[in-house]
Design a binder for this molecule. Structure first.
Ligand SMILES: Cc1cc2nc3c(=O)[nH]c(=O)nc-3n(C[C@H](O)[C@H](O)[C@H](O)COP(=O)(O)OP(=O)(O)OC[C@H]3O[C@@H](n4cnc5c(N)ncnc54)[C@H](O)[C@@H]3O)c2cc1C
Length: 302
C-alpha cells in the first residue's frame, strides 16, 4: 500500500466505532459504489434523477433497510449501518446519488419503524425495502424551513380522512417518489399542532410543482409538491395527532449523523484523488508529491 493510501485509510471511522458486521457491510457497499454507481452516475446527473432500477438493485442486495430493525424486515445495523452507507455513497463523489438514496433509506421511510403501527408497516415496508416504491420526506415549505414551528400546510380532519392543502418545496425525490412522508398542521400554531402522514402517489389532489435544476447534486431529483384538497385516509397518519414535530426531531438526529458521514466519505475521496494526481504529476525531475510545500498543503487537510 502506498504512503498516501495508508494515510487516507487511517482516516476511516472503522476502528473507533465499527464492528465486524459493519466492516463486511463496507466491503459490499464499496463494491456496489465502484461497480454499479460510478459507471452510471454521470448519466443520472444529466437525467436529474436516480432511476428506479438503482433502488431495486439496492433492495435486491438488502441495502435499503440497513437502519431498520430486524423485526421489521431490516438489517438491524442501526445508525452505525447508516454511517457506513452514507460514507461509502459519499466516496462515490456523486453527492446527488447519496442524497437521493439516503432520503429513501434513512430520512423518510424510517418513520414507519419509529412512528408507524404494525398494519402500516405490513402495508408499506415490503415495497420500501425492496425498492419497488421510492420514498421522500416533505417538510420544507416556501415560508417555513429551519423553523419547523411555522409549517402551514393544513391537514383538516373530515370523517375517515384528512384533507391536505398547501405547498412543499425543495423536496428530494419529489418526481420519482411513490410515498411521501408529509408533515402537516392538524392543530393550532406551534410545534404541537403538527402531524405526520404517508401520502401515496396517485392520491387525487397531490401533484408535482416545479423541478429545480441545481448546480450540484444534480442526480438528486428536487422539486415542489402541491396539495389541493388532497384526501388522505386517516389510517395513513403515523403516530398520534400532534406528534409530527417530535418525529421530525427524532429523524433529524439520525439524518445529521448520516450527512456528516457523507461529507467524510466525500472528503476521503477528494483526498485520495488529489494524492493520486500528485504522485503521478511530474515536476522538477520528481513528482508534485515529493515537494515539501505541496505536502504541507496535504497535511493541512488531515
Ligand atoms: C438540495 C436540497 C434538498 C432538500 N431536500 C429536502 C427534503 O427532501 N425534504 C425537505 O423537507 N426539505 C428539503 N430541503 C430543504 C432544507 O431542509 C432547507 O433548505 C433547510 O431546512 C434550510 O431552509 P432554508 O433553505 O429555507 O433556509 P432558512 O431557514 O431561510 O435559513 C437561512 C440561513 O439562516 C440560517 N439559520 C436559520 N435559523 C437559524 C438559527 N436559529 N440560528 C442560526 N442560523 C440559522 C440557516 O442555517 C441558513 O444558513 C432541501 C434543500 C436542498 C437545498
Amino acid at each position: 500500500m502506498s504512503a498516501s493510501n495508508r494515510v487516507i485509510d487511517s482516516l476511516l471511522l472503522d476502528d473507533t466505532f465499527l464492528e465486524e458486521e459493519h466492516r463486511a457491510l463496507r466491503d459490499v457497499l464499496r463494491r456496489f459504489v465502484r461497480e454499479y454507481v460510478v459507471p452510471r452516475a454521470p448519466r443520472w446527473e444529466s437525467e436529474l434523477r436516480v432511476p428506479g432500477e438503482a433502488f431495486r438493485e439496492l433492495g435486491r442486495l438488502g441495502l435499503l433497510g440497513l437502519s431498520f430493525p430486524a423485526g421489521h424486515g431490516g438489517g438491524g445495523a442501526g445508525t452505525r449501518g447508516a454511517v457506513v452507507l452514507n460514507e461509502e455513497l459519499g466516496r462515490s463523489t456523486f453527492g446527488g446519488v447519496a442524497s437521493s438514496i439516503t432520503t429513501h433509506t434513512d430520512f423518510s421511510a424510517l418513520h414507519l419503524s419509529r412512528a408507524g403501527d404494525d398494519e402500516q408497516r405490513r402495508r408499506f415496508l415490503p415495497d420500501v425495502l425492496s425498492g419497488r416504491r421510492i420514498c421522500a420526506l416533505a417538510v420544507t415549505e416556501p415560508d417555513a424551513s429551519s423553523d419547523l414551528t411555522r409549517l402551514a400546510v393544513r391537514a383538516r380532519r373530515d370523517g375517515d380522512a384528512y384533507v391536505l392543502d398547501g405547498r412543499k418545496t425543495f423536496i428530494t425525490n419529489a418526481n420519482i417518489a411513490d410515498l411521501f412522508f408529509v408533515v402537516a398542521r392538524t392543530g393550532g400554531p406551534g410545534r404541537h399542532g403538527l402531524s405526520l402522514f404517508v401520502v401515496e402517489r396517485g392520491t387525487p389532489g397531490l401533484s408535482n410543482g416545479r423541478t429545480f435544476e441545481k448546480t450540484g447534486w444534480r442526480s438528486s431529483d428536487t422539486g415542489e409538491l402541491v396539495f389541493d384538497e388532497c384526501r388522505v385516509p386517516a389510517r395513513n397518519r403515523l403516530g398520534e395527532e400532534g406528534e409530527g414535530f417530535r418525529w421530525m426531531m427524532r429523524g433529524l438526529d439520525h439524518e445529521r449523523i448520516g450527512l456528516a458521514a457523507q461529507a467524510v466519505g466525500l472528503g476521503e475521496a477528494a483526498l485520495a484523488e488529489t494524492a493520486a494526481w500528485l504522485r503521478s504529476r511530474p515536476a522538477y525531475g520528481r513528482t508534485l508529491w515529493d515537494l515539501q510545500a505541496i505536502r504541507h498543503e496535504i497535511a493541512r487537510f488531515l
